[in-house]
Design a protein around this ligand. Structure first.
Ligand code: ATP
Ligand code: MG
Length: 430
C-alpha cells in the first residue's frame, strides 16, 4: 500500500473532508536521530485556508530557501486551485528573482527526490526609481512598483522619517499633509510647497522637514501613479517585490517598512472587498467580474518590519493581517533569525511554526511560549536532536496538534542566497 503523506495545517475535519487537495509538498518526515535518521513519509501543507506561519532558524539554515519552496509549491497546484491563490514575497536581500532559473546546483539532490531543475514564471518588481540599476546589473525584472505620496498618512511619513508627531517638525508635517488630503492627489513637491506656505511653523522647522522630503524623493519609491494592488494579486501568480536596494539608504529599513505597510494595508482592503463579493456570489448565485485571490504574503527578515519593541510603518498593517487576516483569507509567512525580536502577536497567532536550528537562548525561549500541550518535551531537546544538515527543521502544527522533524523539499529553482565561500576550488578536486 502506498504510504500516505502527513498533512499539516489542517484540523481533523478539514483533513477528512479534503484529503490532500489544496496542499503543497513541504518536505519529508525524518524518523530517528543521529546516524539512524532517515526520510520517510512526505509532509504536505495546507495552503487552501489562511494561516500565520513562522519560518525560523539561525543564519544560513534554510529560511529563505524554505520560503521559495513554499512559493514553488503554490505555482505547482492544479490550475483550478492555484487560480484562487496569489503569493507576494517581500524580498529584502534581492535573492528571489532567481526563481526564474532552474536549480542546476543541486541536480543530484533533486534527482534523489524524483525531481528536476525547473524555472518558474514569477513576476519580479523593482522600485520604479531604480530600474536602471537592475538593467545595468543584468538582473531580470518584469515590472516596477511605486507608491503614490497621497496614499501616505501623516503617521506613515513620521514613522519613515523617524519623527514624532508631537515634535515641532512632526506637528508641521501632520498639519500640512492633513490639509493636502482635503484636495485630492498630491506629490512630494506639493508637500514641500505647502510646508513653505505654512504660516505657523518656524523657518528652521520648515527647513528640517523640507530636507527630509527632498531626501524621500531620492528613495526612488514615489510616483503619481502608485502600483495598483490588483496588479500584484493575480490568480496563480507569485509577485516578488525586490526591496534590496534600499539597504544603501541610511533609512533603509524605514523605507522598506513604509512599502510593506502600504502593501499589507492594500491587500487587506482588497481582500475585505473581495470577500464581500464572494459572499454575495454565494447568496445570489451571480458571478462577480472582479476577482482577488486569497493571498499569501511572505516576508523575509520579518523582525525588521514587525519588531517586538517599537513600531515601524508596517507594524499596524501587519498586525491587522495577523489578527484579522483569517476572515478575508490572507496568510502570512514570517521568516526570521530572531523570533525573540519578532512582535509577540505574530508569535502567539502562528498556527504553523517551522524552525531550523536555533541556538540563542532568548530565541528558544520565545518559541517556548507557543509550545502547546501536545508537545511532550522541552523544545531544546527537539532542536538539539535535529540532524545537522541544511533544510532540516522542526514543524509545530497547532491545527493537528502535532510536531514533526522534516527535511524541506529541495527547490527546483535556483537559490541565489547561497553562502559564499572564499576558496576557489578547482573543478574535480572536491
Ligand atoms: N531544504 C534544503 N535542501 C537543500 N539545501 C538547502 C535547503 N535549505 C537550505 N539549503 C542550503 O542552505 C543554504 C542557506 O539557506 P538560506 O539562504 O535559505 O539560509 P537562511 O536561513 O535564509 O540564512 P540567513 O538568515 O543568512 O538569510 C542554501 O544556499 C542551500 O544551499
Ligand atoms: Mg535568508
Amino acid at each position: 500500500m502506498p504510504v500516505r503523506p502527513i498533512v499539516i495545517g489542517r484540523d481533523e475535519e478539514d483533513a477528512k473532508r479534503f484529503g490532500e487537495l489544496g496542499t503543497i509538498t513541504l518536505g519529508k518526515h525524518i524518523v530517528g536521530t543521529g546516524e539512524d535518521a532517515h526520510l520517510t513519509n512526505t509532509i504536505v501543507m495546507d495552503v487552501a485556508r489562511p494561516h500565520v506561519m513562522l519560518v525560523l532558524g539561525k543564519r544560513g539554515q534554510g529560511k529563505s530557501y524554505t520560503l521559495a519552496t513554499i512559493a514553488e509549491g503554490v505555482t505547482e497546484l492544479p490550475k483550478d486551485i492555484r487560480s484562487n491563490l496569489s503569493v507576494v514575497i517581500i524580498d529584502t536581500m534581492g535573492i528571489f528573482w532567481s526563481m526564474k532559473n532552474p536549480n542546476e546546483k543541486q541536480v543530484e539532490l533533486l534527482a534523489a527526490w524524483g525531481l528536476q531543475p525547473k524555472a518558474f514564471d514569477v513576476t519580479v518588481y523593482v522600485p520604479h526609481g531604480h530600474k536602471d540599476f537592475f538593467h545595468k546589473e543584468g538582473i531580470p525584472y518584469d515590472g516596477t512598483y511605486a507608491l503614490n505620496p497621497s496614499d501616505l498618512t501623516p503617521e506613515d511619513w513620521a514613522l519613515s522619517f523617524e519623527l514624532s508627531l508631537i515634535d515641532p517638525t512632526g506637528i508641521l508635517l501632520d498639519r500640512v499633509v492633513r490639509k493636502l488630503k482635503e484636495s485630492g492627489s498630491y506629490g512630494i513637491d506639493d508637500i514641500i510647497e505647502a510646508v513653505d506656505a505654512d504660516r505657523r511653523a518656524e523657518p528652521k522647522v520648515k527647513e528640517a522637514l523640507q530636507n527630509r522630503l527632498l531626501s524621500a524623493k531620492e528613495w526612488g519609491l514615489f510616483s503619481s501613479r502608485g502600483t495598483p494592488i490588483e496588479e500584484l494579486l493575480q490568480p496563480g501568480k507569485v509577485s516578488i517585490i525586490d526591496t534590496s536596494l534600499f539597504s544603501q539608504l541610511g533609512e533603509g529599513w524605514s523605507v522598506r517598512s513604509l512599502l510593506v505597510g502600504l502593501v499589507a494595508r492594500r491587500i487587506y482592503e482588497a481582500r475585505i472587498a473581495a470577500r464581500r463579493r464572494e459572499e454575495t456570489e454565494l447568496i445570489t448565485g451571480t458571478v462577480a467580474k472582479k476577482k482577488i485571490p486569497l493571498t499569501w504574503l511572505m516576508i523575509d527578515e520579518a523582525h525588521q518590519f514587525l519588531p517586538a519593541d517599537g513600531r515601524t510603518a508596517a507594524t499596524e498593517a501587519l498586525l491587522s493581517l495577523v489578527k484579522q487576516g483569517r476572515q478575508p483569507g490572507i496568510s502570512c509567512v514570517f521568516a526570521t533569525q530572531r523570533p525573540n525580536k519578532l512582535h509577540e502577536d505574530a508569535i502567539s497567532q502562528a498556527d504553523l511554526v517551522l524552525t531550523h536550528r536555533l541556538t540563542v537562548k532568548a530565541d528558544i525561549d520565545a518559541l517556548r511560549s507557543i509550545m502547546q500541550t501536545y508537545v511532550l518535551f522541552d523544545i531544546t531537546k527537539y532542536l538539539n536532536e535535529l540532524p545537522r544538515e541544511k533544510g532540516v527543521a522542526l514543524v509545530l502544527d497547532d491545527n493537528s496538534e502535532r510536531l514533526f522533524t522534516l527535511k524541506v523539499k529541495p527547490r527546483q529553482s535556483w537559490h541565489a542566497g547561497d553562502t559564499p565561500i572564499a576558496l576557489r576550488v578547482k573543478e574535480g578536486l572536491v
